[in-house]
Write a protein that binds this ligand. Structure first.
Ligand SMILES: *[C@@H]1O[C@H](CO)[C@@H](O)[C@H](O)[C@H]1NC(C)=O
Ligand SMILES: *[C@@H]1O[C@H](CO)[C@@H](O)[C@H](O)[C@H]1NC(C)=O
Ligand SMILES: *[C@@H]1O[C@H](CO)[C@@H](O)[C@H](O)[C@H]1NC(C)=O
Ligand SMILES: *[C@@H]1O[C@H](CO)[C@@H](O)[C@H](O)[C@H]1NC(C)=O
Ligand SMILES: *[C@@H]1O[C@H](CO)[C@@H](O)[C@H](O)[C@H]1NC(C)=O
Length: 380
């Protein structure tokens, strides 16, 4: 499959469906009206039937061959999707077509494998759970370097938050950049507690990492972006660990997130295109919230952390996140659920009970990229 840039996307799904219906009506008109016109020329009933049959067959053949003619399918994406669904698992794909959200909700159905390396270290790998039919129907894929570059080319990606988002940024860059480019980045981005800006010229891709350990830092950033009227194509945010350690008040956390949620109004408003009443293809920021990972109190590296970052506090903070209007159904962010990913990878995947092996953030990156493919209607 050729992956298109987020900034250069095909019609949205409702547009496609309308396109398919109109095409069907048009075809039906041709099949009925052309032979009727011929009948007007006093052709025999058999000839009219013959023409009508021939037209019907040519239209059917054209519809089924159309996926092989890329220029035609570029204009009529509905043709390729409908013919694919009829040749593969038709009913489930059709249901999903009408409800892409269900695939987004399945993105975290991931399983982990743990391998022992020759020097007795453990390494981990993951895949989507392939025993689950719904997951198979969604056809999630690990995205390769070239496809990730194609998808994000020309885009502006902003990632803001604490060390979790920094590791996420590293994983994303690890996927997109080639070895030489990555070498210099590793040194720079590992400077703790600082912002980082990168232009990948060959892709026209701009990436900003903003160090924003507290929710108020995120709200401030969102305010600045709104004031500048400059909205990134992809915005990934996440924080909570600093608040948990230094403020330790889940009610206050929930209130801060609520403040952040209301500051997002200009972003969400930029989605609406009044005259079409639908989602615009170029100005819609894709919003992701990187959740907190599972903290393993006994492994944390200071007494203060062990004392404050308990299971009970964690649970209250997760509840705080759920109660603030950041996530669906009332909020605009898609959750990259680090808690579920880290919990499933398990204790073996962390050394300090807080930061996980790179492969866990890598999984989160692939979840985001698959969500972007679904959101930009390049899937299903
Ligand atoms: C493997 O283990 C050794 C010590 O046994 C350690 O120095 C090294 O960093 C580990 N490698 C990885 C990839 O974790
Ligand atoms: C984040 O917010 C805190 C508290 O409001 C503030 O002290 C700190 O300077 C901010 N940090 C950054 C990087 O903006
Ligand atoms: C907003 O615009 C100002 C002036 O161009 C710039 O310095 C600042 O970095 C921008 N803020 C953000 C968050 O992009
Ligand atoms: C927690 O935060 C809330 C809201 O900011 C505040 O009303 C409450 O007094 C705080 N609780 C404690 C124990 O500090
Ligand atoms: C904290 O969670 C871990 C993992 O779920 C569990 O093993 C442990 O018993 C919990 N501890 C407390 C105090 O609830």
């Amino acid at each position: 499959m050729k992956i298109l840039s987020l900034r250069n996307r095909p019609l949205n799904i409702s547009g496609r469906m309308i396109g398919a219906v109109q095409l069907g009506v048009l075809a039906a008109c041709i099949v009925v009206l052309v032979p009727m016109g011929l009948a007007g020329y006093h052709l025999s009933r058999n000839k009219v039937l013959f023409f009508s049959g021939a037209l019907f067959i040519s239209l059917a053949v054209a519809v089924h061959l159309s996926p092989y003619f890329p220029t035609l399918t570029d204009f009529l994406p509905s043709l390729s999707s409908s013919s694919q669904s009829s040749s593969s698992s038709s009913s489930s794909t059709l249901v999903l077509l009408q409800n892409r959200d269900s695939c987004i909700s399945l993105l975290h159905r991931i399983q982990w494998m743990h391998h022992q390396t020759p020097n007795l270290n453990l390494s981990h790998s993951w895949s989507w759970v392939l025993s689950d039919e719904d997951v198979i129907a969604c056809d999630f894929q690990k995205i390769g370097r070239k496809d990730a570059g194609d998808l994000l080319s020309g885009s502006w990606v902003v990632i803001a938050g604490d060390s979790q988002t920094r590791f996420f940024t590293l994983s994303l860059l690890d996927l997109i950049l080639v070895e030489d480019e990555m070498l210099s980045v590793r040194g720079d981005l590992f400077k703790r507690h600082s912002d980082y800006h990168l232009d990948v010229d060959r892709l026209g891709l701009r990436i900003d990492f903003i160090w924003a350990p507290y929710e108020t830092n995120l709200t401030q950033l969102v305010g600045e972006l709104s004031k500048n009227q400059s909205f990134p194509d992809v915005l990934v945010m996440g924080s909570g660990l600093w608040h948990m350690l230094h403020i330790t008040n889940s009610t206050d956390y929930a209130e801060s997130l609520e403040g952040l949620a209301s500051s997002m109004a200009p972003f969400v408003a930029s989605v609406r295109v009044p005259d079409l009443g639908s989602v615009s293809s170029s100005s819609q920021p894709h919003l992701f919230w990187l959740g907190m990972p599972m903290l393993i109190s006994s492994m944390l590296n200071t007494e203060e952390k062990k004392e404050k970052m308990t299971n009970v506090t964690q649970f209250a903070y997760v509840r705080g996140l759920r109660s603030a209007n950041l996530l669906p159904p009332n909020g605009p962010f898609v959750l990259l659920d680090m808690q579920s990913l880290s919990e499933n990878c398990g204790v073996r995947c962390t050394e300090d009970g807080m930061h996980y092996d790179g492969v866990v953030y890598e999984a989160a990156v692939h979840i985001m990229l698959n969500a972007l493919l679904i959101q930009s209607q390049q899937k299903l």
